[in-house]
Each structure stands twice: as structure tokens, then as C-alpha cells.
Design a protein around this ligand. Structure first.
Ligand SMILES: Nc1ncnc2c1ncn2[C@@H]1O[C@H](COP(=O)(O)OP(=O)(O)O)[C@@H](O)[C@H]1O
Ligand SMILES: [Mg+2]
Length: 254
């Protein structure tokens, strides 16, 4: 029998099924496997259960820790990521402005940025996944589940029952981001909000920037336009101007 490689040995710990292990080993590089293994050894999760999403830039898995809690493990792809876009959001943010020479370091910084943004967002009272740990291009966080334990659907697929309430929640998110966290989310859309049995949860925070970012105002304007467009399409007419007014009015309440 051929000798088991170090990666195969590591993989065995967090991907128990052989078939899945083969796929995992094909998709991810050695460094990623080491990072996932290390996070699992530290107890942040025990096993990866299944893939929840394979997007352009990241894979998201549902995992479970030893106590039985569900976890989301988001693994950024190093080769397929859009580095130029990532650099634009990193360089203007004083937390991440140091120069990075290679693609790998950009993706690692992005992962750390998502972790830090989620922490700030949690502290600011925004409903979002609680970040648990990160290493290299791997982020472990709270898993946002529906009543059956599956990943909660995106707002795109699960229209809120009460549109007015959903609008107020999202205006509240925008206001808390800006006034409590000093952040601009910079990618608001019906794809990045999960509808957890009518509770809205904001996810995917890698791109969010500090308000001191030179483009933060333009990002904010774009967020407002996207949210206003979404609600207007659903039948709750909102202009960006009206929404900005509602956002300012929220400041006094938070
Ligand atoms: N914490 C989480 N809990 C449950 N599902 C999640 C979580 N994070 C991401 N997902 C699922 O993975 C999908 C993609 O995640 P996202 O963070 O938006 O990555 P990207 O858009 O970069 O691929 C989400 O739409 C959702 O279905
Ligand atoms: Mg997304």
C-alpha cells in the first residue's frame, strides 16, 4: 500500500468520508488543507459535513464542532480570486493598507478583513454570523440555519413576508454600520442577506471598509441605491433619497 501523505493524514481528521476526501484534496492546495486541519485541531470545528455553496471566490461548508454546534467554514480560493478588486477595498482601508506582493497575501488579508468586519458588526448590534476563528484563507463562523438545520436561504430566494419590517431592519443595518461600527458594507444585495425564518442576517463582509476609505461615500451611495431598487422591485417604492433620510433618522434611535 502506498504510504499516506501528510495531507491525506490531515484530511482524514476533518473529512471522514473517503469520496469527499478525494474531491477535497483535488480542489484545495496544501496550505489550505493545513489551515483547515489546524483550525479543526484547535477545536473550532470537528468535521466538515457538506458543501453549502461554491461561489466564484469561496467555498462554504457546513461543519460541526464536538459539542454538536453547526459552524460555517468559508474557504477562499487563492487562484480564482479577483485580486484587483480585493486590492481596491484593502488599500484604502487603514487597517490593511500595507503593501502586499502576492495573490496569496491579498487573499489572506481579505479573510482577516472579513473576520474583523464581522466582529465590528456584531459589536455594533447588527445580526450577522459571529466570527469564531480564521487562519490563512479559512474563516470559521456561526452557521446561520433555518428551522431544519439547513443554511438559511438568501433574501433573493426567500422574499420577506413583511416587506416594511424587512426595509426597517435593513435601514437599521446601514445605520448601525455607519454610526456604530464606522463601516460601509459596500456590497448590499439580496444575495448577501439570509432570511432565517423571517429574521434577516447580513453575511459576506470581506469587502466592508472603514468610513475613512477614500471611496467609502461612493460605496455607501451604491448600497443605498441597491437596497432602494430591491424594495421598489418587491412593491415597496423607495427612492435612494428617501432611504438616506430614513437612515439618518435611524441615527437617533440606535
Ligand atoms: N455563516 C453562514 N451560515 C450559513 N450559510 C452561509 C454562511 N455564510 C455563507 N453561507 C452560504 O454560502 C453562500 C455564499 O456565502 P458568501 O459569504 O456570500 O460568499 P460569496 O458570495 O463570496 O461566495 C451564502 O449565500 C449562503 O448560502
Ligand atoms: Mg456573497
Amino acid at each position: 500500500m502506498p504510504k499516506e501523505s501528510r495531507e491525506e493524514f490531515s484530511l482524514r481528521k476533518f473529512v471522514p468520508k473517503e469520496e469527499q476526501r478525494k474531491t477535497f484534496a483535488k480542489v484545495f492546495d496544501k496550505g489550505t488543507i493545513e489551515a483547515v486541519h489546524s483550525l479543526s485541531t484547535k477545536g473550532h470545528f470537528d468535521v466538515l459535513e457538506h458543501v453549502v455553496s461554491t461561489g466564484k471566490e469561496a467555498h462554504v461548508f457546513r461543519a460541526r464542532d464536538q459539542a454538536g454546534n453547526s459552524r460555517a467554514v468559508k474557504i477562499y480560493k487563492i487562484k480564482a480570486s479577483d485580486f484587483n478588486r480585493m486590492q481596491r477595498y484593502l488599500e484604502g482601508d487603514i487597517r490593511f493598507k500595507q503593501v502586499r506582493k502576492n495573490k496569496q497575501d491579498i487573499v489572506f488579508a481579505w479573510t482577516k478583513k472579513e473576520f474583523k468586519n464581522l466582529l465590528l458588526m456584531n459589536k455594533a448590534g447588527i445580526r450577522c454570523p459571529m466570527p469564531i476563528a480564521f487562519q490563512k484563507n479559512v474563516l470559521v463562523m456561526e452557521f446561520i440555519a433555518d428551522a431544519k438545520g439547513n443554511a438559511a436561504p438568501q433574501l433573493k430566494e426567500a422574499k420577506p413576508r413583511d416587506l416594511k419590517k424587512a426595509y426597517e431592519t435593513i435601514v437599521g443595518f446601514l445605520a448601525r454600520l455607519l454610526y456604530n461600527a464606522g463601516l460601509v458594507y459596500a456590497d448590499f444585495s439580496e444575495y448577501n442577506i439570509l432570511n432565517k425564518d423571517e429574521e434577516l442576517v447580513l453575511i459576506d463582509a470581506g469587502q466592508a471598509v472603514l468610513t475613512t476609505h477614500p471611496e467609502s461615500e461612493a460605496f455607501f451611495e451604491r448600497d443605498v441605491r441597491n437596497v432602494a431598487r430591491y424594495f421598489s422591485k418587491q412593491g415597496l417604492e423607495k427612492s435612494p433619497g428617501e432611504m438616506k433620510g430614513d437612515n439618518k433618522a435611524e441615527k437617533g434611535k440606535i
